[in-house]
Design a binder for this molecule. Structure first.
Ligand SMILES: [Zn+2]
Length: 95
């Protein structure tokens, strides 16, 4: 697993920068070095959903017969843990 590099100058993007782009509904990333703007690709958006919303719904469904509060907390934790991996998997394209 590796983090995305700048399309133009090959500078590595930081995990934090990519993560916050995804959190802020796919805000474009600007390269630190050359200021080239990058946008998340469409398939990457499905990867993000597949690692966060999907496992969250599955866990919520499995646990739904138990305590409501625990179900919500566990489901949110699952989505959060999944989201930590998304910066390694999403791809960005130069705009
Ligand atoms: Zn760059």
């Amino acid at each position: 697993m590796s983090l995305q590099k700048c399309d133009f100058c090959n500078t590595n993007f930081k995990w934090k920068v990519i993560y916050f782009s995804l959190v802020r509904s796919y805000k474009p990333i600007q390269c630190d070095k050359c200021s080239t703007e990058h946008l998340v690709t469409l398939p990457s958006r499905s990867i993000v959903v597949g690692l966060t919303i999907l496992p969250m719904l599955i866990v919520a469904y499995i646990l739904s017969s138990y305590n409501d509060f625990a179900t919500i907390m566990i489901s949110i934790s699952v989505a959060f843990m999944g989201s930590l991996f998304t910066p390694f998997l999403v791809k960005f394209k130069r705009t």
